[in-house]
Design a protein around this ligand. Sequence first.
Ligand code: PBG
Ligand code: ZN
Length: 280
Amino acid sequence: MPGVFQLSPDRLAEEIGQAVELGLGGVLLFGIPEHKDKLGSDALSAEGIIPQAIHVAKRASRDFLVITDVCFCEYTDHGQCGVPGDATGRPDVDNDPTLELLAQQSVVHARAGADMVAPSGMMDGMVGAIRAGLDAAGFAHLPIMSYSAKYASSLYGPFRDAAESAPRFGDRRGYQMDPAAASGQALREVELDLAEGADLVMVKPAMAYLDVIRQVHDRWPGVPLAAYNVSGEYSMVKAAAQRGWLDERAVVLECLTAIKRAGADVILTYWAKDVARWLG
Ligand code: PBG
Ligand code: ZN
């Protein structure tokens, strides 16, 4: 992805410093360990890539919100979001054994100093399991931002290249939502997550799902709603801008304004630093 890089922990301090200086509110960390394995062991290690990154980020600024991605696809050698299922068929991921691991991963992040966890795997019962795990470990106060309505979108391609996390077998359609499903399904997913204790809910991707953002916002006006402006949305505009076909700044501000108008309270975007510069 143009302008997006994997950073080693020693380079992270500078990046966070810039973000703080630009007035950004926080960062969402994705971990890419040196070694991936079948179970994604680095995700459960107190010395893993994310605990290291949290320490660096918190040292750079105590007030800067550090949110961590909670999922296994960046850590497993097969690229699935959890414990691999029976290789002969569906499901690609064994849901229930994955829940306990997601809870453990969340506790590792909490102990390292994360301010919020963001489970992105769309497992059934994910938020409830993480809430119970955090509460039992003494982190009842730690908020959960759930990827509640996450579609099995073709717009995640550039992220998977960047994170080296494309699934080696199967796909993610067993747990992510069908992009062609009626929007009622998204509302049911959000409702379940809220019942399990989600503090913020998310719709992802953003641009192609503005109707879903609007409906979630209208149904739960008091619940903080995040929208993830994903890698494919970013890359399409970047590519066109590089060819001189689009005015990047104007298009980005127009699109992000549309996401906000649809009802998002929080926007996750690869343009965050650019926008801060343009508006600052
Ligand atoms: C993994 C994860 C993905 C993204 C965020 N977390 C990829 C996927 O589900 O395949 C995509 C982000 C983006 O495209 O910007 N759980
Ligand atoms: Zn995943």
